[in-house]
Write a protein that binds this ligand. Structure first.
Ligand code: SAM
Length: 208
């Protein structure tokens, strides 16, 4: 795989996202794709890849990066009912905290085909002393990675915001809304959540 053009805490977890793409994946959707860096990596793992972002500048940058032929970009809001289809694989990196958690999960689960997989890389805020200790351990790790990767950078104009839910709140809500999900807090202030949508998933019977 080609070297990333830049490094930051979201890019750091792209490998975890890519490792979760099921074999034989036909369609992948990256929600809140930003400048499309992850979609260009997904292009080697899925037959068709779509990146969606509501920020026109992000979609402009994604298209300007000359993606492979199996990658398409859409300027759209995944929460406003725009039809975006149902996909074998859906990723959302640093996106969920831009909306209410329940609303974001409901929007994302709708985009996963029955039997498909959802991967969320998300942020949360510190609340307990243990949260602060774990987050503190990330500081030297982040500095070391930044040194090795030429600094910490991201695309110009990327919409960002702070997380409102604590680590404990996000974990509890994820377990309630996505039964069976694998939730792991990682060192660089992100969690990685993997959820497989049951083939018989029914939003009226316990789905979000
Ligand atoms: C912090 S950036 C992360 C971008 C990219 N996933 C990455 O890891 O570099 C969050 C992105 O999500 C997009 N976004 C937030 N809410 C959205 C929504 N409801 N629909 C589509 N895009 C959304 C923003 O425009 C922004 O580009």
């Amino acid at each position: 795989m080609a070297r990333d053009p830049y490094w930051n805490h979201n890019v750091h977890y792209h490998r975890a996202v890519l490792a979760a793409v099921p074999r034989g994946c036909r369609t992948a959707l990256d929600v809140g794709c930003g400048d499309g860096l992850l979609t260009r990596k997904l292009a080697g793992r899925a037959a068709e890849v779509t990146g969606v972002d509501r920020a026109p500048e992000m979609i402009r940058q994604a298209r300007a990066a000359r993606p492979p032929g199996n990658v398409t970009y859409l300027e759209a809001d995944y929460l406003d009912g725009t039809p975006l289809g149902a996909h074998d694989f859906v990723s959302a990196v640093a996106v969920v905290h831009h909306a209410r958690f329940e609303q974001a999960i409901a929007g994302l689960t709708r985009l996963v085909a029955p039997g498909g997989r959802l991967v969320i890389v998300g942020l949360a805020r510190n609340h307990t002393p243990l949260d602060r200790v774990i987050s503190g351990c990330g500081v030297p790790a982040s500095r070391l990675y930044a040194c090795l990767r030429g600094g910490k950078r991201g695309p110009a104009g990327m919409p960002v915001r702070d997380a409102s839910l604590s680590w404990g709140e996000v974990r509890a809500a994820a377990r309630r809304l996505l039964p069976g999900c694998r939730f792991r807090r990682r060192l660089l202030w992100r969690y990685v959540l993997v959820w497989d949508k049951p083939v018989s998933y029914d939003t009226r019977n316990g789905g979000p």
